[in-house]
Design a protein around this ligand. Structure first.
Ligand SMILES: NC(=O)c1ccc[n+]([C@@H]2O[C@H](COP(=O)([O-])OP(=O)(O)OC[C@H]3O[C@@H](n4cnc5c(N)ncnc54)[C@H](OP(=O)(O)O)[C@@H]3O)[C@@H](O)[C@H]2O)c1
Length: 360
C-alpha cells in the first residue's frame, strides 16, 4: 500500500483522549488502592489536583505526588474545605474535571447533584445518593439529564459489569422483570461457609479478621448496604422505589442493635442460636440459607435470609462472590447472570478508574 493511501485510510475524526483533572475524596481502603492505580501507565492523562480524608486535605503538587500521601494526610494538610478542592480543579488546564468520591459519607453524596450541575463530573463508590432517599435519586437524574456524567460502576458489585449491562439492556428497549441475587461479599462469604459445623459467630470473627466485613459487622449484617444496592439497580431499571419500600430483614437482633461495637463483638454468640435453628429447618427440607436481595415484577423489594434449594444458582457461590440474576423481557427463559468477586479494594478502585477513562 502506498504511503498516501495508508494516510488516507486513517479516520480524520479520531481525537486524542482528553486530559483529566481530579480530586479524590476518601483515602481509606478504596481511595488508597485508587492512588496506587494513578501511578500506573494507564492513568498518565489523569492529574490529581486534590485529595482529602474526613479531616485534612492537600492541593500542593509536591505533597500529592508523595508516595505516603495517605499517611501524611492523617497528620498534616489544610483543614477540609470543598471550595479549595473545587478551585484546584478550576485552576487546572484539563478539559475534564472530576470529583472522585471514595467515602461512605451521606453528606458528601448529597452534594453530587450540585457538583454535576456546576459542570464537574462525579465518579463514585459512595452509594448514599443513588441508593438513598428518592428525592436524592431524582435530583441526580435531573442533573444527568442536563448533561452531568455520573460514574457509578463501583457502587454495585464492586465493578462487576452489572449497572452498565442493565442500562444497555434498557437502552435497547428491554425491561427488567425480576432481579435476584447475593449483593454482599461479606454475607456471601458467611453463608457459603455456614454448613452447621461451626457456629456462625466463629465464621463472623474469621470474616472480620480477613477484612471481609466492616469493622463493625452490623453494617453488613443489617442488610442496609444490600438494600442500597437493590435500590440503585431497581431505580436504574425504572422502578421509582423509595428507600422505605425495601423490606429489610436484619440479621442483628433488637437486643444487639444499640450497643457499642466492642460490646457487640463480645456478644456475637447470641447470633448463633437463631441462625442454627434456621439452618436446621432448611437442612431438613434439603435447602441452604442465603442472604438474598429480590425485586419482583410488581416492584416489591426484599432483602433478607432465604432458604434456597442446593441446585439454586446462589447455593453454588464461592468466597466473597456476588451474583446478580436479571430476568428481562428478552432474557425470560433463563436469567442473565453476572457473577464474580463483589468486594475488594483493587477491583473497586479499577471500577472508579474505568469510569473516569470512559469520560473521554
Ligand atoms: N472496601 C470495598 O471493598 C468496597 C467495595 C465497593 C464499594 N465500597 C464503597 O467505597 C466507599 C469507601 O469504602 P472504604 O472501604 O475505602 O472505606 P474506608 O476505608 O472507611 O475509607 C473511607 C474514607 O472516606 C474518608 N471520608 C469520610 N468522610 C469524608 C469527608 N467528608 N471528606 C473526605 N473524606 C472523607 C475517610 O476519612 P478518615 O480516614 O479521616 O476517616 C476515609 O479516608 C464506601 O462507600 C464503600 O461502601 C467499598
Amino acid at each position: 500500500m502506498s504511503a498516501v493511501l495508508a494516510e488516507a485510510s486513517v479516520p480524520k475524526s479520531v481525537t486524542a483522549p482528553q486530559q483529566v483533572a481530579l480530586v479524590l475524596l476518601g483515602t481509606g481502603v478504596v481511595g488508597g488502592a485508587f492512588l496506587k492505580l494513578l501511578c500506573t501507565p494507564v492513568a498518565k492523562r489523569l492529574h490529581l489536583v486534590g485529595a482529602a480524608n474526613s479531616r485534612k486535605q492537600q492541593t500542593e503538587a509536591a505533597q500529592l505526588a508523595a508516595r505516603d500521601l495517605r499517611e501524611r494526610l492523617k497528620r498534616e494538610g489544610a483543614t477540609r474545605d470543598d471550595v479549595a478542592l473545587l478551585s484546584a480543579l478550576d485552576a487546572h488546564h484539563a478539559t475534564l474535571k472530576v470529583v472522585v468520591d471514595a467515602t461512605a459519607s451521606t453528606e458528601l453524596a448529597s452534594r453530587h447533584a450540585d457538583w454535576l450541575a456546576r459542570g464537574y463530573h462525579v465518579v463514585t463508590a459512595n452509594k448514599s445518593l443513588a441508593g438513598g432517599h428518592l428525592s436524592g435519586w431524582r435530583a441526580l437524574q435531573a442533573a444527568r439529564a442536563a448533561g452531568g456524567r455520573y460514574g457509578d460502576s463501583a457502587t454495585v458489585g464492586a465493578g462487576l459489569p452489572v449497572l452498565s449491562t442493565l442500562r444497555r439492556l434498557c437502552d435497547c428497549g428491554d425491561s427488567l422483570l425480576t432481579l435476584e441475587g447475593v449483593f454482599s461479599g461479606s454475607l456471601s462469604y458467611l453463608f457459603n461457609q455456614y454448613d452447621g459445623s461451626r457456629p456462625f459467630s466463629e465464621l463472623l470473627r474469621e470474616a472480620r479478621r480477613l477484612g471481609y466485613t466492616e469493622p463493625d459487622p452490623r453494617a453488613d449484617l443489617s442488610g442496609e448496604d444490600v438494600a442500597r444496592k437493590l435500590l440503585i439497580l431497581a431505580r436504574n431499571a425504572g422502578f421509582a422505589l423509595g428507600s422505605d419500600e425495601v423490606v429489610v430483614e436484619s440479621l442483628v437482633p433488637e437486643s444487639l442493635r444499640d450497643i457499642s461495637t466492642e460490646t457487640f463483638l463480645e456478644r456475637l454468640e447470641e447470633l448463633d442460636g437463631p441462625l442454627a435453628a434456621l439452618h436446621d429447618t432448611a437442612r431438613a427440607r434439603g435447602q441452604v440459607l442465603r442472604f438474598l436481595a429480590r425485586l419482583n415484577q410488581r416492584g416489591r423489594a426484599r432483602v433478607g435470609i432465604t432458604e434456597v434449594p442446593v441446585t439454586h444458582p446462589a447455593a453454588r457461590l464461592y468466597g466473597t462472590d456476588n451474583q446478580f440474576a436479571l430476568t428481562t423481557t428478552r432474557y425470560h427463559t433463563q436469567p442473565l447472570v453476572i457473577q464474580g468477586p463483589g468486594a475488594g479494594p483493587e477491583v473497586t478502585a479499577q471500577a472508579l478508574l474505568g469510569d473516569i477513562l470512559a469520560l473521554g
